[in-house]
Every structure is written in structure tokens, then in C-alpha cells.
Design a protein around this ligand. Structure first.
Ligand SMILES: O=P(O)(O)OP(=O)(O)OP(=O)(O)OC[C@H]1O[C@@H](n2cnc3c(O)ncnc32)[C@H](O)[C@@H]1O
Ligand SMILES: [Mg+2]
Length: 170
């Protein structure tokens, strides 16, 4: 089985590799457009990004499965929350979709996103580190390392793969 991830982000790639570790799967990655804003601002937009990446990866490759993982934020009455979504695409089938863990962002980060900045660079600036988005992620910083970005996307991947297996059972 050939699986293509629609991103070159190492945290996303690690999550997909971990999820498929019990499969005889060749895992590849391709930088495909999400078709949404670089900083998605709702669950709806983030899901669309994940689906677009999944089908984009499938089309780019001739593989059997395309995976799209997308990060965004969602406004709530309790503040701006991180949101993460995943999609699994198979040719001729509707997408399989799953959501990830969510936590609120501190006001100091939220105001900058609301002013139009992207979370990736804002996080590096806020935490005085580099490439957080490719490593522990915002979720890793604000959970004191309890859940990093790959862990969080690994959970999304299990939810996707489990639904895929259930579909295959018929
Ligand atoms: O290369 P791609 O796959 O695009 O990976 P990305 O890190 O940009 O991730 P997304 O496009 O899925 O995320 C949308 C935006 O949110 C940022 N982002 C999302 N989750 C993050 C996290 O946990 N830590 C830091 N930045 C994050 C990211 O840098 C983008 O600005
Ligand atoms: Mg991005």
C-alpha cells in the first residue's frame, strides 16, 4: 500500500508513519496546496484544508491513500482555540474525517492571530524558540510537553485509520 501525506512538515510525517507502522505501507510526502488560508480561522476552513490536502496528495502520486492534516484556530466564547483536523482520501470514496485535541491559546497569542499574523511565527516569537510548528507545536508548548504536535496528530491518525479499517470490514 502506498500512502501519501499532503505536507512536508516533519511532525505530520511522524504521526502518519507511526499510525501505519503495523501496515506494509510505503509512506511518501508531497507538498500540496491546502486551498484555504495559511492560517485557517474556523473548524470548517480547517477541515476543508485537510480534505484538499488529502485528495491533492492522492492525485499527485498514484498512491492508494492520501492523508491531509491541517492546523487552524476556532473562536469560542472562552477564547481562541487551537483546532486540528485530518482527512483520509481514497479514490472514488468520500473523505474520512477526524478532529484533534483542542486547547485555548493565551490572549497574547490570540490577539496577534486576530490581527492577521500566522500561528507558526507568532509561537516562535512568543516562546523564543525556532521551528515550533515542525517540532512540539503550540500544543506542546502550552501543555508543558505532555502532548506534542506529533502526538496530537497521531491521535487524529488513529481516528482516521480506525474508520478506514471499519469501512473495509464492510
Ligand atoms: O507545512 P504545512 O503542512 O503547511 O504545516 P504547517 O506547520 O504550516 O501547519 P498547518 O498549515 O496545518 O497550520 C496552519 C497554521 O497554523 C500554524 N500552526 C498550526 N499548528 C501549530 C502548532 O501546533 N504550533 C505552531 N504553529 C502551528 C502553522 O504554522 C500555520 O501558520
Ligand atoms: Mg501551512
Amino acid at each position: 500500500m502506498k500512502v501519501i501525506i499532503g505536507s512536508k512538515n516533519p511532525a505530520k510525517i511522524l504521526a502518519v508513519e507511526t499510525a501505519f507502522s503495523h501496515y506494509e505501507a510505503a509512506i511518501m510526502s508531497e507538498d500540496v496546496p491546502s486551498g484555504v488560508n495559511d492560517q485557517p480561522f474556523s473548524d470548517e476552513e480547517t477541515i476543508k484544508g485537510a480534505i484538499n490536502r488529502a485528495y491533492g496528495a492522492l492525485q499527485a502520486s498514484g498512491g492508494q491513500i492520501g492523508i491531509g492534516l491541517e492546523g487552524g484556530v476556532q473562536k469560542t466564547e472562552h477564547g481562541l482555540f487551537l483546532c486540528n483536523w485530518g482527512a483520509l482520501a481514497e479514490k472514488g470514496q468520500p473523505p474520512i474525517i477526524a478532529g484533534g485535541a483542542r486547547i485555548p491559546l493565551p490572549d497574547g497569542v490570540a490577539v496577534r492571530l486576530l490581527a492577521g499574523e500566522e500561528l507558526g511565527p507568532v509561537m516562535d516569537d512568543y516562546a523564543k524558540k525556532e521551528n515550533i510548528r515542525k517540532n512540539e507545536g503550540a500544543v506542546g508548548i502550552f501543555t508543558n510537553g505532555q502532548i506534542n504536535r506529533a502526538d496530537m496528530f497521531s491521535h487524529v491518525m488513529k481516528l482516521l485509520l480506525g474508520q478506514y479499517e471499519y469501512r473495509k470490514r464492510g
